[in-house]
Design a protein around this ligand. Structure first.
Ligand SMILES: [Zn+2]
Length: 447
């Protein structure tokens, strides 16, 4: 039995799908204007593990993760970088895909783009207006939070609203009303025609319209980072409920936030890590494991020490299986139960390390189940052990260069120039390459 913590009921609940033959999950994806950072990677990896777990247990899982390609941050970045908007969003989407695939995040079932769903978004706004929960004012359409008495049920945010009664916009009826459609004047770089004039949708409405299109009025899981609980997910519930009289998802799952070296990530501080920067120093698998070593609901403080720790764990795991790549079909029950228990990845990782201890004590029969469990459920150990120790992924050096340096060192030794030989060994070590002199020549592996 899978148990998940539901942010909507604030309880740990048994997961019972609406349709056993097709489990449906929607996760809010990235706004595409910049390279993904470690805060973007956390939900991608967490929900990838949940996706793998659901796929293991159920026949079919439909997983939707959107691409937000309508956002004022995009237009600002396009202007600053002097890049065409479409080029910027296309290129950033590509970078997101390539960085996430290096973290072994599986592709999702459908990845809808907001710009490709304007008719659906307009249609959804129409439904909300028709049901009496939205109003038009000066080319804007607002959701009327004053009419929706369930507003605040997910985030418990009513107190916050009552504390801020200042009317911030002339057009709004209530301070908490949020925009479904806003006007784009002629000088604005994007705009679509609508019954309310030329404009563009607000952010929240895209997820309501696209989740409805691909998953229907009600689906199983809606996920994202905890910073999305308010206002984004609260507003999605308000929109979808007023259009369809149903809360769009049964289970609302949120991962905790990411800090770096103890503080909130900020581009102005020196603690902003893009996934790409980290991949230059660490293999994707170490980044993935580092993100899974903390329970998904807890905040995570991301440091390079955490990555070194993750890499050492992987070195131990790969060492234990280095003479085989025999992946079985069985799944370790204890790892499975840890994941069934609100996706307890730290417990699953501890169990996997226990299995490694047993393998090291001679229980090599555990290897096939160990590999299969780790690979299929956690998305780790996906390279051949030999490749892991030799991989140049995440290194500034390529294999040709390393082999060239080894040849130079061998020559230096033959010439009895031990100072040069030592210097080459030291230089490679500084770049994360360890040399081992064996009877058959010099071998290299990663530190
Ligand atoms: Zn969303």
């Amino acid at each position: 039995m899978i148990k998940l913590y539901n942010s909507l009921t604030r309880r740990l609940e048994e997961f019972i799908p609406i349709d056993n033959d097709n489990v449906r999950m929607y996760v809010c994806g990235p706004t595409v204007y910049d390279r993904p950072h470690i805060g973007n990677a956390r939900p991608a990896v967490i929900f990838d593990v949940l996706y793998r777990l659901l796929k293991y247990k159920y026949k079919k899982v439909t997983y939707i993760r959107n691409i937000t390609d309508i956002d004022d941050k995009i237009y600002k970045a396009s202007k600053e970088k002097h890049i065409n908007i479409k080029t910027l969003t296309d290129e950033t989407t590509k970078l997101y895909h390539s960085d996430m695939s290096l973290l072994n995040v599986l592709p999702v079932s459908v990845e809808p783009h907001a710009t490709e769903h304007i008719p659906e978004i307009i249609e959804f706004i129409h439904k909300i207006i028709a049901s009496g929960y939205a109003y038009e004012a000066n080319g804007h359409v607002y959701f009327d939070t004053g009419r929706f008495d369930k507003y605040g049920q997910l985030s418990n945010v009513n107190e916050r609203i009552s504390g801020a009664r200042i009317k911030i916009s002339e057009n709004k009826r209530n301070n908490a009303d949020f925009v479904l459609w806003k006007p784009s004047d002629d000088s604005f770089p994007v705009g679509w025609n609508s019954p309310w004039g030329k404009g563009r949708p607000g952010w929240h409405i895209e997820c309501s319209a696209m989740s409805y299109k691909y998953l229907g009025e009600q689906f199983d899981i809606h996920g994202g980072g905890c910073d999305l609980i308010f206002p984004h997910h609260e507003n999605e519930i308000a929109q979808s409920y007023s259009a369809n009289s149903k809360i769009p998802a049964k289970y609302w799952i949120h991962n905790g936030h990411v800090t770096v070296n103890g503080t909130k990530m900020s581009k102005s501080l020196s603690n902003f890590y893009t996934v790409n920067e980290l991949l230059a120093e660490f293999p994707g698998e170490a980044i993935r494991l580092a993100l899974l070593m903390t329970h998904y609901r807890s905040p995570i403080d991301f440091t390079k020490n955490l990555l070194i720790e993750a890499k050492n764990i992987l070195n131990r795991w790969y060492t234990a299986i280095k003479n085989t790549n025999n992946c079985g079909n069985d799944i370790d029950e204890k790892v499975l139960n840890a994941l069934y228990s609100d996706l307890n990845t730290p417990m699953a990782i501890a169990r996997l390390s226990d299995i490694v201890n047993c393998i090291n004590r001679g229980q090599t029969e555990l290897i096939p189940t160990f590999i299969n469990t780790t690979r299929s459920l956690l998305g780790l150990l996906y390279v051949e052990p030999k490749k892991w120790f030799k991989t140049t992924e995440g290194l500034a050096l390529d294999e040709k260069y390393i082999n060239g340096e080894i040849a130079k060192r061998t020559q230096a030794k033959q010439n009895k120039n031990y100072a040069l030989a030592d210097e080459i060994r030291k230089k490679l070590l500084e770049s994360g390459i360890v040399l081992e002199d064996t009877l058959t020549g010099t071998q290299w592996k990663r530190l």
